[in-house]
Design a protein around this ligand. Structure first.
Ligand code: 6PG
Length: 248
């Protein structure tokens, strides 16, 4: 059944599977448009659990052949301070569910280093992105996939953390007190330079925060997902009925 859509570009789907399928379709469509129009497709993958089904679908017989993987460049929106084979690694999730199952050249997969000095890892990753995007002021991804935490964070832009104030860096090392850990994350201005940013939000546990982020007072330091507003691009929300339950 086709989703209902509201003025915010929020599309409400019946369930998480329908959200994942819509995201896979958007990924395929934007990848073809980018390759045809610009010769390559650049995407920043989201971490967390919600996008895993999207990655599995893209690696499936139903979708795999519809993407020109040799022309795709895969980046990450954020990473945890863990090694790439750790169960908490966003890279590992993407590798297992997608990247190891499609013919994308290894050099087109741009992993964030989670181990070691977080500030150094952040600036190294920014250098990797600058060598791909050239001397642009900001990286212009064709697609940035995002999730939203129960606290309103996105990527690793957590409430009341230093990375929220980043106005120049593309990538930031962000100390998250409540996790007692460093995270490496794209900054909001870097995400907001994208042609398309798509939030994937499912499950009843997200309903109250989603209502606040979309319909509540503007308070980005408490609700960092509100910081995502592409300057010259499209923002979409793919949510399931459970997450949309309080949107009215
Ligand atoms: C991460 C993500 C993070 C995630 C949200 C939602 O590294 O954890 O980038 O921003 O998208 O925490 O996570 P779930 O999809 O698991 O609910």
């Amino acid at each position: 059944m086709s989703p209902t859509e509201d003025a915010h570009g929020v599309q409400v789907f019946d369930d998480a599977e329908s959200v994942a399928r819509a995201a896979a379709e958007t990924f395929v469509r934007l990848s073809l448009e980018a390759v045809e129009g610009r010769g390559a497709f650049s995407v920043a993958l989201s971490g967390g659990t919600t996008p895993r089904r999207v990655y599995e679908l893209l690696a499936s017989d139903e979708y795999r052949a519809r993407v020109r993987w040799p022309k795709a460049h895969v980046f990450f929106g954020d990473e945890r301070a863990v090694p790439p084979d750790h169960s908490d690694s966003n890279y590992r999730t993407a590798r297992e569910a997608l990247l190891s199952r499609v013919d994308i050249p290894a050099e087109n997969v741009h992993r964030i280093e989670g181990l070691g000095d977080a500030a150094a890892n952040a600036s190294d990753y920014e250098s990797v992105m600058r060598s791909f995007f050239g001397d642009a002021t900001w990286p212009r991804f064709d697609l940035v996939l995002l999730g939203m935490g129960d606290d309103g964070h996105t990527a690793s832009l957590f409430p009341e953390t230093s990375a929220l104030g980043e106005a120049r860096a593309w990538v930031a090392a962000n100390w998250v007190e409540k996790l007692g850990a460093w995270r490496i994350t794209l900054t909001a201005p870097a995400v907001n330079a994208a042609r398309r940013a798509v939030f994937l939000v499912t499950g009843a546990s997200k309903a109250e925060r989603l209502r606040e982020v979309l319909n509540g007072a503007r308070d980005p330091s408490r609700l960092p997902s509100q910081m995502i507003r592409p300057r010259d691009g499209l923002l979409e929300w793919y949510v399931d009925r459970a997450a949309a339950a309080k949107l009215g």
